[in-house]
Design a protein around this ligand. Structure first.
Ligand code: G6P
Ligand code: ZN
Length: 564
C-alpha cells in the first residue's frame, strides 16, 4: 500500500511533572488520557534524539495493558510526522520489555518505546507508562531522561499526521509517503525474535529432558504463571511448543488489559496463587513474571522461596551450565546497592570482578557495553545478563532450569549447598506504600542527619542480645566507571563492622504518594544458622532500623504494607 499524507503542527499546553522515574514516565491512565498529555511526552522523546531521529528506525510495543494500543497508534502518527523512517511494532502492540531490548539490538535500531507500567496494576483506573530504550537496548540513562524532561517543560507544539490508520493486529508491512519521504510500519510477530535468542543462549534439549523425565530421573514438574501479563504468548511458545510442558502447567497465559484484576508483580504477596498451587500440588518448581516480563520469582518444591539476591548468587556460581557463557566467558557480576550481598561472596571466591550500582537496570548498561559484565540482578526480582540490556524473567527461569538440569538436585538442595559453600546473606525488605510524601521526605532528612553526625561512626547499636558497631553512614552516590557520570542521593546506608547493612530508599516507581523501602542484609557462616528463618535472624537489625528512622513517628505506620 502506498499513499501520501502531510504532517500537521498542533499547538499544545505544558504539563508539569513529566519527569521519568526509575523506569520511564509512570502515571495513572487518566493522567495520560488528558488532551495532549501523551502526545507531548512522545514528541519530547523524539525531539531528545536530535538529528539522529531523521531516517531512523524505532521499535514500539508494550505489555498489553489498557490504553496501550491507543498509544501505539499515537506513536505511529507522531513518529511519521517527525521524520522517523521506520517503526517495528509488535502485533497487537504486544512486546515484552526483554523482547523490545532483543529487537533493538538485533535490528540495530536507534531505540524503542516501551508502553508499560511494569508490575503496576492495569485498567482504566490503574496505571500506564512510557519508557524509552536506547540503541544498546537498555533503558535511557539519566542524561537522556533529563533531556526529555527539559523538553516537556518548554514544548509549544507537536507534529502529527492525524489521518494515518494502520491495522496493528495483523502481521504486515505498510509504506506511506510522508511529506515526500517513505515511512514504513512493520507489524511483526511479538515472540519470534525473542524465542530464537533464547534458543541460542540455552540448551533447550537438556531442559526438555529435565522437564519430560528420562530413564534415570522422573519428570521435573514445573508450574509457570504469566500473571495475565505480556509473557503469556512467550511462555506458551517456549514452555509448551518448544519444551513440551502440558497446558495445565501454564496459567494466566493470555495477556489481559487489566491483568484480570491481578497486581502483576511476582512476589510472595501478589503471586500467592502460585505459592499455594506449588505448596499443595505435585510441583518441583514454580515461576511467575510481572506485567512486562522483566521480573521473575522462582520457587522450589513446597514453595521453597529463592530470594532474588540468592538467585543471582546461585546463577553466578553456576553459569557454566549455560552454553552462552561458555562462549562469552564470565566478565563480571553486578548487583544494585540495596540487593543482598550474596553474589559478592561468589565473586570473591571465584576471582570475578563485582560491581555495585544504584537501583535501576539502566546502571548496568555501560558496564555491559564495555564488556565488563555478564550477570547482574536486583533484590526487586530482576535477574539478567548481557544477552540484552533489560532484566529478563523468562531468561531467569530458563537459567534456573539449566542449573537444575546440570546439578540434578532440587532447588532447596541447590540453595543449601550454596550456603554451605559461601555462607548465607540473610536479606529482607520492608515496604511502606502510599505514605504521605512530605512525611516520607522528612523521615529521610531525619535519618540522613542522624547518620551523618560524627559520633554516629563507631557507635554501638543494640537490640536484644545483638550489638552492631557502625562503620559508616552515608547517602549513597555512584560514579559510573565507564563514562564518569555521577548519580547522587541513591539511598541512605548504614554499614556495620560485621558487614551487615541497613538501607533506606524512597521508591522511584510508584505513581502516587511515597513508598518507603527499608532493606536489611546480614551475613552468617555458622552452619547451625544457615537454615534459619530470615525474619528471625534479622529481627534485631530491623528493630534498630525502625528506631533510627522514627518511621512510626513520621508516617504513623505500625507495620509494613508488605515485606519479603
Ligand atoms: C524497576 C527497575 C528496576 C528497579 C526497580 C526499583 O523495576 O526496572 O531496575 O530495581 O524498578 O523500583 P523502586 O520502586 O524500588 O524504585
Ligand atoms: Zn517489569
Amino acid at each position: 500500500m502506498s499513499s501520501a499524507v502531510t504532517s500537521k503542527i498542533i499547538e499544545t499546553r505544558i504539563y508539569d511533572g513529566q519527569k521519568p522515574g526509575t523506569s520511564g514516565l509512570r502515571k495513572a491512565v487518566r493522567i495520560f488520557m488528558q488532551e495532549h498529555y501523551t502526545e507531548n511526552f512522545i514528541q519530547a522523546i523524539l525531539q531528545a534524539l536530535g538529528e539522529q531521529l531523521l531516517g531512523s528506525t524505532l521499535v514500539v510495543g508494550g505489555d498489553g495493558r489498557y490504553y496501550g494500543k491507543e498509544v501505539v497508534r499515537k506513536i505511529i502518527r507522531i513518529a511519521a510526522a517527525n521524520g522517523v523512517k521506520k517503526l517495528i511494532v509488535g502485533q497487537n502492540g504486544i512486546l515484552s520489555t526483554p523482547a523490545v531490548s532483543t529487537i533493538i539490538r538485533k535490528y540495530k535500531t536507534l531505540g524503542g518505546i516501551v508502553l508499560t507500567a511494569s508490575h503496576n496494576p492495569g485498567g482504566p483506573d490503574a496505571d500506564f507508562g512510557i519508557k524509552f530504550n536506547c540503541e544498546n537496548g537498555g533503558p535511557a540513562p539519566d542524561n537522556v531522561t533529563n533531556k526529555i524532561y527539559e523538553i516537556t517543560k518548554v514544548l509549544k507544539n507537536y507534529k502529527i499526521i492525524p489521518d494515518i490508520a494502520i491495522d496493528i493486529d495483523k502481521i504486515h508491512n505498510t509504506t506511506i509517503q510522508v511529506d515526500g519521504n517513505p515511512f514504513t510500519v512493520e507489524i511483526i510477530d511479538s515472540v519470534d525474535d525473542y524465542v530464537e535468542h533464547m534458543k541460542n543462549i540455552f540448551d533447550f534439549s537438556s531442559i526438555k529432558i529435565l522437564l519430560q523425565g528420562s530413564n534415570d530421573r522422573p519428570a521435573f514438574k514445573v508450574l509457570i504463571n504469566a500473571m495475565n501479563g505480556v509473557t503469556g504468548p512467550y511462555v506458551k511458545r517456549i514452555f509448551s511448543h518448544e519444551l513440551g510442558v502440558t497446558d495445565s502447567s501454564i496459567v494466566n497465559a493470555t495477556p489481559l488489559e487489566d491483568f484480570g484484576g491481578l497486581h502483576p508483580d511476582p512476589n510472595l504477596t501478589y503471586a500467592k496463587d502460585l505459592v499455594n498451587a506449588i505448596k499443595n500440588g505435585p510441583y518441583d518448581f514454580g515461576a511467575a513474571f510481572d506485567g512486562d516480563g522483566d521480573r521473575n520469582m522462582i520457587l522450589g518444591k513446597n514453595a521453597f522461596f529463592v530470594t532474588p539476591s540468592d538467585s543471582l548468587a546461585v546463577l553466578a556460581a553456576n553459569l557454566n551450565s549455560i552454553p552462552y557463557f561458555k562462549k562469552t566467558g564470565i566478565k563480571g557480576y553486578a548487583r544494585s546497592m540495596p540487593t543482598g550481598a550474596a553474589v559478592d561472596r561468589v565473586a570473591a571466591k571465584t576471582g570475578v570482578k563485582l560491581y555495585e550500582v544504584p537501583t535501576g537496570w539502566k546502571y548496568f548498561g555501560n558496564l555491559m557495553d564495555a564488556g565488563h559484565l555478564s550477570l547482574c540482578g536486583e533484590e526487586s526480582f530482576g535477574t539478567g545478563s548481557d544477552h540484552i540490556r533489560e532484566k529478563d524473567g523468562i531468561w531467569a527461569c530458563l537459567a534456573w532450569l539449566s542449573v537444575v538440569a546440570n546439578l540434578g538436585k532440587s532447588v532447596e538442595d541447590i540453595l543449601l549447598n550454596h550456603w554451605q559453600t559461601y555462607g548465607r546473606n540473610f536479606f529482607t525488605r520492608y515496604d511502606y506504600e502510599n505514605c504521605d510524601s512530605e512525611a516520607a521526605n522528612k523521615m529521610m532528612h531525619h535519618i540522613e542527619s542522624e547518620i551523618q553526625k560524627p559520633e554516629f561512626m563507631g557507635s554501638k547499636l543494640t537490640s536484644g542480645s545483638k550489638t552492631y558497631v557502625v562503620k559508616l553512614g552515608d547517602n549513597y552516590s555512584y560514579v559510573d566507571p565507564i563514562d564518569g557520570s555521577q548519580a547522587s542521593k541513591q539511598g541512605l546506608r548504614i554499614l556495620f563492622q560485621d558487614g551487615s547493612r541497613i538501607i533506606y530508599r524512597l521508591s522511584g516507581t510508584g505513581s502516587s504518594g511515597a513508598t518507603i523501602r527499608v532493606y536489611v542484609d546480614s551475613y552468617e557462616d555458622d552452619p547451625a544458622s544457615l537454615n534459619k528463618d530470615a525474619q528471625e535472624v534479622l529481627k534485631p537489625l530491623v528493630t534498630i532500623a525502625l528506631e533510627i528512622s522514627k518511621l512510626h513517628e513520621f508516617t504513623g505506620r505500625d507495620a509494613p504494607t508488605y515485606f519479603l
